[in-house]
Design a protein around this ligand. Structure first.
Ligand code: NAD
Ligand code: DAU
Length: 350
């Protein structure tokens, strides 16, 4: 029996990781720790909430006492740490939330693990989930490898880079058993509609403008979220302590091309005349400090752990669009809440 703490399990990627672990490992106790910010939604986990090997605890990772109590009460052996403020645009308007959760919150968890585990690290692991954004921005050529020097350029990526360094420092200084992975852009069901793909799907449905930052020439490498969850499972079980693994989709798209592809898929799904959605494309002021291109070399995880993406972009976008069309109430609940104020502030009256 293992007691595994998953932080941020009510969020987008976290909910897919929780579901995978609860269903695949009935002999593990999965404890989902999440404070339910605007991005956390227990609806994402309705299908697992009654399972005997699943518990949810509403605790903020910045709360030292609350976190220590969870480690002690559940005798935590393994941590998969996903809780974070995750949206770059919000980090530009409000950096402090990112410093507090992503940096301080991570240190609270590291301290709790040290306290709980003492110096007996047998069977223990602290797995930190990070992002490719810590490596900075690429030009037209090249890929991020695990040895690319860190060069974070937004408050979000700087906070994630700091947390990566702290996790490594606890390994070096205190011998805490850690592993880190840095992943590219995820997409799929349950992603909060502030992020590009669900925002575009939602706006097309409402015939609202599709805001493209700058000229739409920035490039991202997209990975289906369940493939990321599978990579996390692989690294949790087979990753080498102290190592870092890059995870990517080998699937680079310019934003404008991706949005045009989504327009085509949506026109056909909604039975609208071809070209209807593309007319909604609106070029807006660029994101401050907008990184041009991210692209991941994931040959290390392929070579050493045998992981590769399994879902093609065509299949993944189809599943994603279908999920959003079948779950309109999930999006509508979000659109009618705090998010409405954020949208007004970020995009004005558009
Ligand atoms: P998300 O914003 O959808 O979810 C974050 C979750 O963390 C939410 O459930 C939220 O309630 C919770 N949370 C936030 N602050 C908390 C706090 N102080 N205490 C407890 N819980 C808190 O994020 P996501 O997109 O699922 O990303 C998850 C992790 O993966 C993050 O660490 C992110 O940096 C990383 N990541 C994301 C992507 C991506 O494309 N989304 C890619 C690579 C890495
Ligand atoms: O690379 C991994 C990262 O991917 C994760 O660490 C982050 O948590 C995740 O949010 C994501 O960051 P991005 O900034 O790349 O994702 P986002 O969906 O916000 O934007 C994708 C691209 O689309 C980016 O170039 C900005 C652009 N964009 C985004 C929005 C929201 C637009 O052109 N218009 C928009 O309205």
């Amino acid at each position: 029996m293992q007691n595994i703490l998953i932080t941020g399990g009510a969020g987008f990627i976290g909910s897919h990781v929780v579901r995978r672990f609860v269903n695949s490992y009935p002999n593990y106790n999965i404890i989902n720790m999440d404070c339910l910010t605007y991005a956390g939604n227990l609806e994402n986990l309705k299908d697992v909430e009654g399972k005997p090997n699943y518990r949810f605890v509403k605790v903020d990772i910045r709360d030292e006492e609350g976190v220590a109590k969870v480690f002690a009460d559940y005798s935590i052996d393994g941590v998969i740490h996903l809780a974070a403020e995750s949206h770059v645009d919000r980090s530009i308007t409000n950096p402090m939330d990112f410093i507090k959760t992503n940096i301080e919150g991570t240190v609270v968890l590291l301290n709790a693990a040290r306290k709980q585990w003492g110096s007996n690290f047998e069977g223990k692991l602290f797995y930190h989930i990070s992002t490719d954004e810590v490596y900075g921005s690429l030009g037209d050529e090249g890929l991020f490898t695990e040895t690319t020097p860190y060069d974070p350029r937004s408050p979000y990526s700087a906070s994630k880079a700091s947390s990566d360094f702290l996790v490594r420092a606890y390994n070096h200084t205190y011998k805490l058993p850690i592993v880190i992975s840095n992943c590219s852009n995820n997409y799929g069901p349950n992603q909060f509609p502030e992020k590009l793909i669900p925002l575009v799907i939602s706006n097309i449905q409402q015939l609202k403008p599709l805001p493209i930052y700058g000229k739409g020439l920035n490039v991202r490498d997209w990975l289906y979220v369940e493939d990321h969850a599978q990579a996390i499972d692989t690294i949790f079980h087979n990753g080498v302590i102290g190592e870092t693994y890059n995870i990517g989709g080998e699937n680079e798209w310019k934003n404008i091309d991706l949005v045009k592809l989504l327009c085509k898929i949506m026109d056909s799904k909604l039975g609208r005349e071809a070209g209807t959605s593309e007319k909604l494309i609106t070029f807006v002021t660029d994101r401050a400090g907008h990184d041009l291109r991210y692209a991941i070399d994931s040959s290390k995880i392929a070579r050493e752990l045998g992981w590769k993406p399994t879902v093609t972009f065509e299949q993944g976008l189809e599943k994603t669009v279908d999920w959003y069309l079948d779950n309109k109430s999930w999006v509508n609940d979000i659109l009618s809440g705090e998010y409405a104020n954020y949208y007004q502030q970020q995009y004005g009256g558009r």
